[in-house]
Design a protein around this ligand. Structure first.
Ligand SMILES: [Zn+2]
Length: 82
C-alpha cells in the first residue's frame, strides 16, 4: 500500500508521525499521513483503526521556558560540593 522507500512506519508504531504527508489542510488544521493517521495542528491524532490520541506536545511554548535546565535536577549540584 505504501509506495515510499523506505516504507512509512506503521500507524501502531511510536514513530507513526514520521510517515509521509499525502494530504495537507493547514487551513483546517489537519494532515493525512501515508499510514492512514490523521494528525492535527495541536498534535492530536486520529488512528486508522478509529482510535484517537490526545494532543501530546505543547504548541504554545513560551520563549525562555523551553530552554531552561531540568527542574528535577538540583541547581549547582556540582559546584556546591567544592
Ligand atoms: Zn508511505
Amino acid at each position: 500500500m505504501c509506495p515510499h522507500t523506505p516504507q512509512c512506519p506503521e500507524p501502531s508504531g511510536p514513530d507513526r508521525e514520521a510517515a509521509r504527508t499525502i494530504i495537507s489542510h493547514p487551513e483546517q488544521g489537519w494532515s493525512l499521513l501515508c499510514n492512514g493517521v490523521v494528525i492535527f495542528e495541536d498534535t492530536g491524532e486520529l488512528l486508522p483503526g478509529g482510535g484517537a490520541i490526545a494532543p501530546h506536545r505543547p504548541t504554545d511554548l513560551v520563549p525562555g521556558i523551553a530552554g531552561r535546565v531540568n527542574p528535577l535536577e538540583p541547581p549547582d549540584s556540582r559546584t556546591s560540593a567544592a
